[in-house]
Design a protein around this ligand. Structure first.
Ligand code: TTP
Ligand code: MG
Length: 355
């Protein structure tokens, strides 16, 4: 049986939370960002502010030039994290097969969650409805036969959207004349290399398939397959892994230069891994971060110390590693892996021995 995957992405997430908590902000351009450690960039803005061409990662000074009468606020990450927990709790009532991508975005594999009386649309509508009534926020939901189709579907009718792409044919019809970077995994760097080969759109990918396969090796194979709507990636919930290490990584659609944003992504990942490791009753002694830069150079940095499992502790160690990485280029992928796993009983024993 084909998979049914739902992708949920909150609308203007940080800005929407602030507007909910202070309704006087509604209807006015609202820009969240500019904390000193983010080097003054926009984290996000509401849709009113987007009319002025303001977007995530834009310099706050530029945003101010475009919209001097806008309201500028610092982000309150702790608050968004708490809201994110509530969003995730709603998703959790539909399926346990969920991959959390960031504070406001995730994939839900609902293939086995449907009853005869319930269509994917019922589930999608129910998620939207509950997010609205219980949390006062809107989200965009995509229904797909694969992760990529679900993601594209959720972007299709943003904000407050609901859309489905249920077959490869539908997907291809939708994206054929779009830029090549519509394809998951085609970032700025790859898009430039494709452009050098005369490949600008998805249609060009089909036409120049052989060229891509010979110039890009396995990455090329994945681009061609995804462009044809073949996406066999599985939604990876945290409880399934039984390996010696527990890890997660995130490839960005666009290369990222906003280091403060990467820190929030690392935080979301630390949270995800904390749940995963606690569920397995383990502690991790070694934390490793992985970074792939826009030019595809990959580095890893590790730190081994006492066993940990709390999200804050994991994040603290990640941050200490990330702080000393030279950030002279845009970043395309980040990952965290926990290894040196010891189980809770051992850890407790160990502590008792020390007392
Ligand atoms: P997004 O889902 O990319 O953006 P959004 O939810 O604000 O707006 P949209 O309706 O288009 O989905 O990111 C989620 C949150 O992550 C966003 O509210 C703020 C934060 N963020 C940053 O801090 N910096 C960034 O560069 C991006 C892309 C997001
Ligand atoms: Mg969003």
């Amino acid at each position: 049986m084909d998979k049914i995957i739902i992708h949920v992405d909150m609308d203007a997430f940080y800005a929407a939370v602030e507007m909910r908590d202070d309704p006087s902000l509604k209807g006015k351009p609202l820009i969240i960002g500019g904390s000193p450690d983010s080097r003054g960039v926009v984290a996000t803005c509401n849709y009113e502010a987007r009319k002025y061409g303001i977007h995530s990662a834009m310099n706050v000074k530029e945003a101010y030039r475009r919209c001097p009468h806008g309201i500028f606020m610092y982000p309150d990450i702790a608050k968004y994290r708490a809201v994110s927990d509530k969003i995730h709790a709603i998703w959790n009532t539909y399926t346990k097969k969920i991959e959390y991508m960031s504070l406001d975005e995730g994939y839900l594999d609902i293939t086995d969650s449907m009853t005869d009386a319930q269509t994917p649309f019922d589930i999608a509508r129910s998620i939207k409805e509950r997010t609205k009534t219980e949390l006062g926020l809107t989200c965009s939901v995509g229904i797909g036969y694969s992760m990529m189709s679900a993601k594209l579907a959720s972007e299709e009718k943003k904000p407050d959207g609901l859309y489905a792409i249920l077959s490869r044919e539908e997907l291809i019809n939708l994206i054929i004349d779009r830029p090549a970077d519509t394809i998951y995994g085609v970032g700025k760097q790859t898009a430039n290399r494709l452009a050098e080969l005369g490949i600008h759109t998805v249609r060009d990918i089909y036409i120049h398939e052989e060229r891509i396969l010979s110039s890009f090796k396995s990455h090329g194979k994945s681009i061609v397959r995804l462009a044809k709507g073949i996406d066999e990636r599985e939604v990876m919930p945290y409880y399934e892994s039984e390996a010696k290490s527990i890890g997660t990584e995130h490839t960005f659609e666009k290369d990222i230069s906003d280091m403060a944003y990467l820190e929030t992504e690392f935080l979301a990942m630390a949270k995800k891994l904390s749940l995963k490791i606690k569920r397995r009753n383990k502690f991790a002694k070694t934390v490793t971060i992985k970074i792939t830069f826009a030019d595809m150079q990959t580095i890893t940095r590790s730190k081994t110390a006492e066993g940990i499992s709390d999200a804050d502790k994991i994040y603290e160690r990640v941050k200490s590693l990330f702080d000393i990485v030279e950030k002279d280029r845009e970043i395309r992928l980040i990952g965290i892996s926990l290894s040196g796993l010891e189980d809770v009983r051992y850890k407790q024993l160990h502590l008792e021995e020390m007392l």
